[in-house]
Design a protein around this ligand. Sequence first.
Ligand SMILES: Nc1ncnc2c1ncn2[C@@H]1O[C@H](COP(=O)(O)OP(=O)(O)OP(=O)(O)O)[C@@H](O)[C@H]1O
Ligand SMILES: [Mg+2]
Length: 1125
Amino acid sequence: MSDGKMVKMPMPRMDSVTVAVRVRPFSQREKNSGSKCVISMHSRTTTTIQDPKNPEHRKTFTFDLAYWSHDGFQKDKDGVFISTDPSSTFASQKDVFHDLGRGILDSAWQGYNATLLAYGQTGSGKSYSMVGLGANKGIIPNVCEELFQAIEERERNQEYQVTFSMLEIYNEQIRDLLSRTKQPGGLKVREDQHLGFYVDGLKSVPCENYAQIERLMEQGTKIRTTASTNMNASSSRSHMVITIQFRQVFLDRDLTKQSTINLVDLAGSERQKSSGSEGDRLREGSQVNLSLTNLGNVISALADAATGKKVLHIPYRDSVLTKLLQPALGGNSRTTLIAAISPADICYEETLSTLRYAERAKKIRNRAVVNTSTLMRESKAENDRALLARGNSGMAEQPARPLAEAGPWARQLEQAREEWRQHHVAVAKEQWIMKTLPHLLNVNEDPQLTGVLKYFIQAGSCDAGRAASNAIHLQGLGISDKHASFTNSDGKVTVTPHSKCKVVVNGVPIVTKTKLQHLDRIILGSNSAYLYIGFPSERGSEDLTRFDYDFFQLERAAAEGVSVDKLGAASHGDGKTDPGMLAVFQDYVRLMPLVAEANQMGEELKKGLRMELKVKNLAASDSRGHELQKEVMVKVTNQRTREVWIWSKAKFINRKFLMEELYQRFLDGEDSHVAQEDDPFWDPVEVVHLGSAHIWLQSLAYSMKLEEQVEFMNCEGEEEAVVHVCVTPCSPAGRACGEEDVVIDPSELLGKRMDFQVGLVRCLGVKWLKEDAERGIQMGYRMYDLSSTFYTKPVWKMVNPQIEETVQFTALNASQEFLNYLQTNALIVDLWGLQEGCAQLDCSQSDLMVTSEGHIMVDTKKMSTLMDPGQTPSNQISELYMKLLKLEQETELLRDTNRALREENVFLKQSLEKVGSTQQGERLPHKPSNTLKLTWTAAHPPAAREMNQMYTRPASSDREFAKALKLFYHSMNQARGQLLRLRQEKPPEEDEMLRPFVQQQAQRLKDFGDALESSLRRLKNDVAVIVKKKREWLIPRGLSLGVLCQFAEIIAEVRLSAKGWLEEPQGLKGYSGGAWGSLVKHLTSAQVMISQFVSSLEEAHAGCAHRHPPQSRTRPTHREAGENT
Ligand SMILES: Nc1ncnc2c1ncn2[C@@H]1O[C@H](COP(=O)(O)OP(=O)(O)OP(=O)(O)O)[C@@H](O)[C@H]1O
Ligand SMILES: [Mg+2]
């Protein structure tokens, strides 16, 4: 939107808060992780947000203004973002200023107080809108510039007084960003009867032109940057408040008009949920969030009051920020809120919460008045305040002075001019040095704070470190007193780390003297990042913004060998990486420096912990074993006691904030000792999830026993232990089913009683116990629809513990869902590690429904809706249920008969019609069609009694076939398990040459797995359809022929896809050690297994073929076999 098509902002009702929303472009990180845009703006006032998980679900918000800054822009020659073409709806910095900034200026000239607040999550663009970046200046500089421009143009018989102050609120402490001396504990907020709340001792600098304001802002940003690096605190957690006092003195009219303009860049608004204190034992006890949380409370209370609800108290006094913003919120100010939002789907929750916040703020009603006074009245007020100030003895260099009490303006101005002169000389000198000397520029996560600190490397040698005596005085986490030395001689600059100090150049840690090149990236200590600017002769016109914080982190990660592939991203067949995995990679890279910082703090505070980033593969806990998402988590180990904790990402972030606070106390020389339960580095010893095993339940659906040794895989896909498990279908009394009970089609079990036992026999080679013999384990699993988990009893101090725990489950009336579940899902058995002193997992089973025999009932959804278990004892339930079951079976039988009769009717009708039509028209060529055969049999449906017999007694040919199938399904199960394990196998990291081979291998594994699954699905479907038809007497005999032919074909398919496997490259055999060794082992055993599998298929086929010699070589088509046979 260009200036030309700007519409004048609709002035809001005088007393309501103006709310604007602005959506920014995708960040590089969002682009890298394949984010999608969930925001749309269809008019200048509406913002629509779409739920990425449920795209139908959209919510539209209407505010005073909606700014689309997401796309439709380009950079002009000065680097300013402008619309690509006139039709673009892009809102530039100018557009935003035009509406919001001008409104503020108008208010100021009229004598109203004005407040502009920027609200939004971290990185949403608050500072960009308020301050701007580079050539794209934000509202604050533009307001200041235009204010002075307008003053220049005004008449001379008036006096205009402008003062500027800049403060930061972090952790409920106020820091004056224009003062070099830090007040211990921060500045205090005081209250004056007339003035309200004000900051005592805050420097307020008189300004005569915009250049001075620019300089002050630079100065303030520099102090903010230093503070943020020294304290190792993220600037996004602090609020920045700039206050401009503007006074117009009408000398001829004995009148003054004054306005206070507050421009507030709020801290990132991450909710508790994503910042992780939810679900953590330690809630963020810190004050870091207090001001923001309380701002929300004040806004909610005011919104309630405005909508007529009874509100007794507005909690202004509960935090520093709300005290200072009292006039802006429900008081004497015209207020504007700009809600900054990210366009990305991954930020959906946060963005929605920002929009809701803005919606509440919109309801607030203010009562702004023009602030005028007579000069006489002012001078009296000033006397009073002078008295007040005298009573306030220990005041700072510049007393606390809201502008109204500024004292003789001329005197103040003179003092400021002197300071300007000194400052000007210093700035000119610095600029000259920058042009001549090589130097380091700081790189901060906040782009506004990047390039603010400069460290010059003078000729000769100089030390850099924490000690004030160093020529380069650096502070930051993990930076030692003497950290490194820089030399500048013979036109070369080198850096040498001192003893064990951490210095990383271009991602690679260095230990010896290293020559620096222009634009090298240097990280000192845990995470203090600098860009090296070489000699003038080396410099060109490079774009330094390329080397931002993310660049440093990605480079470091790459050098450490962290990549999307390495984190286990299986790329899709199309060569594109899974977007979920890209997001995990971004998370991993973002957390890497934070984990390094946390370790450094822990080391200095002597906590003896080691934190490591891990990627958790959620497929391990997915009962279908599909590769779902992955998640980053942090493993914490106590190096002395070997206790282990697993923290979620959110919990780690929460803890990191608390660690920072504790560490800050330590740096300040305060008591950093905390009670154990308040220590962010401490947690009670807990049970640790070690890994999961998948036990495929398919054989249960065919009434076949499964006995297997299955690996527990940890989150990284490595084997943690092996479990010996039996899943046995049995009679209600617990007698194991035999071969004669095997069913061909699981739907035969529909509505019947199914009993089965899950037995965990033994655990073998538990790594957790090998590492530390004092530990123990428990196993746990959840069966189908049961809400509670079955835990085995704890066993301690045994690497191969005998478990021998069997539970019998009963489905009284197996539902279709349950049968489907058995066929496609695995039982996930989790292995839990116990450590000394931790609470074990509760293995008592209460509130479960049991049968009269005492077995645990599953698949009870249908039952629970039928009866009230609270009133009926469980044995009565089972009896009633058996009766119901019988009734249902009878009904089903009657339905079958009914269906057959109906079909007969249809057939007769059709035959009649056909006869009629052939008599009328040409005779159809005679062909013994399947349809005819089929309908002929349907014309003679069996009596219900006969059907009943058929239903319960399978034909002997079926039994043979069932046996063959049993073998088949069993092999299939093993193949599946093995495939799953193989696919979780991680390729060896170090061997570059073999990487392509590993990738090819992974792809083949995937293809093979897919082929296997689809063949199996087809076979099962065909078998089921044919068996069903037969049961309905639609296929009289020779039924197995179709299946047999299908079978033969499927064997051929499986053989084909297994071919690659059986011809595994021999070159692999030379590798025996490490991860390669285990991969080769897996491959070899897979080869053996797959060839066994193929031969068992062939045997099964031969067995069937022997019983049912094919009558015809032609294989019926799928349609024939499935539908018309
Ligand atoms: N409208 C925009 N156009 C172009 N870039 C933008 C826009 N808004 C934000 N950005 C960029 O997005 C990044 C994050 O913005 P910004 O620093 O303003 O976020 P923030 O809300 O202040 O975050 P924090 O709470 O961490 O301070 C910056 O690199 C900024 O330049
Ligand atoms: Mg910011």
